[in-house]
Design a protein around this ligand. Structure first.
Ligand code: 5GP
Length: 130
């Protein structure tokens, strides 16, 4: 069965899309730890990121770099933090999170619940910078 992220990449489940190309897809995390929290995935389903072959892995990181640059321009932050956690959804993904201090990368505290309108606005602002 296709993962939820495969369905998102295929457009079968809606998402707040940031960018895509033929191999990769970026969209807002539905339960962000900070506004602008973005997930970057390979469209091809693979559970563990380090099981991607070198070419697909390198392409994913380069795509994530471009997305991070757009997040940095669109969202007020000092840096964009990067994390691979990956135990909840069995489809490789990179978290990109705008941060002003290290503790902003907190996956274990309360998540934000921006309104759909706000999520759409954030996705639009980041997508505009791509
Ligand atoms: P991880 O697997 O890295 O621990 O976490 C998976 C991440 O995916 C979580 O931050 C969670 O909020 C996000 N997530 C899970 N399901 C969905 C979904 O259906 N849509 C979106 N946009 N994000 C999701």
């Amino acid at each position: 069965m296709a993962s939820i992220f495969s369905k998102i990449a295929a457009g079968e489940i809606p998402s707040y899309k940031i960018a895509e190309n033929d191999r990769y897809y970026a969209f807002l995390d539905i339960n962000p730890v900070a506004e602008g929290h973005t997930l970057v995935i390979p469209k091809r389903e693979e559970d563990y990121i380090f099981d991607l072959d070198d070419d697909e892995y390198a392409g994913l990181q380069l795509f994530a770099k471009r997305v991070a640059e757009a997040i940095k321009k669109a969202m007020p932050c000092k840096r964009v933090g990067v994390a691979v956690m990956g135990l909840e959804v069995p489809h490789a993904h990179i978290h990109l999170i705008p941060i002003n201090k290290e503790s902003d990368m907190n996956f274990f505290g309360d998540k934000l619940s921006p309104s759909p309108e706000r999520m759409k606005e954030i996705a639009g602002k980041i997508a505009e910078q791509m």
